[in-house]
Design a protein around this ligand. Structure first.
Ligand code: ATP
Ligand code: MG
Length: 510
């Protein structure tokens, strides 16, 4: 008789249904796994055999065939251990098949029969819920899986014995509870930054509309400092966003103790990061930094120092909100709607444009350095600001009164206006202005007549492209939202225009 256990294989955040079938056959004593297993799945054989032996169940001297179906879908990871072990236990008659029918199973086995945490428990639980089944997973992954829904039946045993006892009714497992991660310490506060008022304003506007931000300035101006304070003014995630972010984090094995956090992700990969580190990939097509920054911030410090190929790989996700990881015979997509924040010096020596400074290499110093960032990537940065060196006079001032909490209130109010506007237009899937595209922008961001005139004049003078025009409108919409106004005025257009084309200005100055 063939016994069956349901489990999943991950393709991006999608959990594809996989059936584990086990059957004892006559013939040579052997334990065989077929159905495109990768190395970790093939090794499962040894772990399952040892774990069953540890709980006092030797395998009969027969040929044991395990099939992972569908046979043409690649199976990766160690989470197939538990479904394979349960399929064997069912074939041995230890666990009744009608019990297992109701569950999707995943988990890694230690040699002593203990269950180890696995990546992807949350997407697996959501998939199980969709199939109207429960979930059996290791105890360490239970808290994470419990977020899939209140009514889902989750069994999260510590080891195989506990599970068998539960089936027999001698020890009942209690359902795991969803847990929120404790807020890890206080975030760095905007109050620490002296002077740099225009930098702080730009950060607030970027936070309010989810706009991509580029900061250019000499060393020590406070660019990294400003970027690190962005999380402190961003609103917490709503439950839907939290679930989306946690699914990716779960697959990346990044959820600590299976606890979810409402704080937006802030990822800051080093400039030596490789393509797979950013886009995703590696052994199991894991999510990269872009996907891990979903609904949060991707901070690239020292932007021109990143490899050109890595920088170019940003372009597509910035447009589509997804990253695609290509594998030998299939590809995997992850959601990647992040806010890009980048910081850089204007030139290699760092000081181009500073009063009284001339680079040794002359204007080429800035031109060569900035040429590392392609025009199309630069064009996607809605807000570009110059951050001049901080003046000593500013540093001796007492700390500013305004804290991150004050700014966060204004950001939250502006975001609420945007959300309500999108809902009114029947586009509840959009939340922030950064997500609005051409036609929609023209509908929601009509400037008044003085604003239109300024826009026309500036478009001629600055040689604004169609994309550039929309980007100015988008930022102007956010500026009006921060002001609490529906109508976009000349003032808003003027400020939005001032946020464009900073690099070009530097090249002229140098
Ligand atoms: N506006 C400021 N107020 C208070 N301290 C500041 C300010 N700007 C810079 N500093 C001090 O200078 C240090 C360096 O700042 P930061 O690392 O943000 O500079 P940066 O602009 O990122 O420089 P680089 O281009 O070298 O990366 C900070 O740790 C802080 O001590
Ligand atoms: Mg820095």
């Amino acid at each position: 008789m063939t016994s069956r256990v349901a489990t999943v294989a991950f393709q991006g955040i999608e959990a594809v249904a996989v059936d584990v079938q086990a059957q004892f056959l006559s013939g040579q004593v052997q334990f065989h796994i077929v159905g495109l297993p990768d190395k970790a799945v093939a090794e499962s054989r040894e772990r399952v055999r040892a774990a069953l032996y540890a709980i006092g169940l030797g395998l009969p001297g027969k040929r044991l065939a395990i099939n992972l179906s569908p046979a043409d879908l690649p199976k990766e990871g160690s989470h197939f251990d538990l479904p394979i072990a349960l399929a064997v236990l069912s074939a041995l008659g230890v666990i009744p098949p009608d019990f297992l029918n109701r569950y999707v199973v995943l988990g890694e086995l230690a040699l002593d029969g203990a269950l180890m945490a696995v990546a992807g428990a949350l997407p697996a639980a959501i998939a199980a819920n969709g199939r109207e089944m429960g979930l059996i997973c290791p105890k360490a992954s239970g808290a994470e899986a419990a977020w899939a829904g209140e009514d889902i039946d989750i069994l999260a045993p510590d080891n195989l014995i506990q599970l068998i006892n539960h089936v027999k009714g001698t020890q009942v497992l209690s359902a795991p509870k969803p847990a929120l991660a404790p807020e890890p310490g206080v975030l760095p506060d905007l109050r620490d930054i002296k002077g740099q008022e225009s930098g702080k304003r730009a950060l607030e506007v970027a936070a309010a509309g989810g706009h991509h931000l580029l900061m250019v300035g000499p060393p020590g101006a406070g660019k990294s400092m400003l970027a690190q304070r962005l999380p402190s003014i961003l609103p917490p995630m709503d439950p839907r966003e939290m679930l989306d972010v946690s699914m990716v984090a779960s697959l990346g094995g990044e959820l600590k103790d299976g606890r979810l956090s409402r704080r937006r992700p802030f990822r800051s990969p080093h400039h030596s990061a490789s393509m797979p580190a950013l886009v995703g990939g590696g052994l199991r097509a894991k999510p990269g930094e872009m996907a891990l920054a979903h609904h949060g911030v991707l901070f690239l410090d020292e932007l021109p120092e990143f490899q050109p190929r890595v920088l170019e790989s940003l372009r597509q996700p910035l447009e589509t909100g997804e990253t695609v990881v290509a594998r030998a015979n299939y590809h995997v997509t992850y959601p990647a709607q992040f806010q890009l924040v980048a910081a850089m010096n204007p030139c290699k020596c760092g000081m181009a444009g500073e009063p009284g400074h001339t680079c040794k290499k002359g204007p080429r110093c800035a031109a060569d350095y900035q040429a590392r960032i392609s025009g199309p990537l630069l064009d996607r940065m809605d807000i570009q600001i110059e951050l001049p060196a901080v003046r000593i006079a500013d540093l001796t001032l007492p700390p500013p009164k305004e804290t991150s909490a004050d700014v966060a209130l204004r950001v939250a109010a502006a975001r609420l206006r945007q959300k309500q506007r999108f809902e009114k237009l029947g586009m509840a899937q959009l939340r922030i202005n950064a997500q609005a595209d051409g036609a929609l922008l023209e509908e929601i961001a009509q400037p008044d007549s003085a604003g239109i005139k300024l826009m026309r004049d500036a478009a001629d003078a600055m040689g604004l492209s169609a994309r550039g025009y929309h980007r100015v409108l988008r930022v102007a919409r956010t500026l009006a939202d921060l002001d609490g106004r529906e109508q976009i005025a000349r003032l808003h257009i003027a400020e939005a225009l001032s946020y464009r084309q900073k690099l070009a200005a530097f090249q002229v100055a140098a």
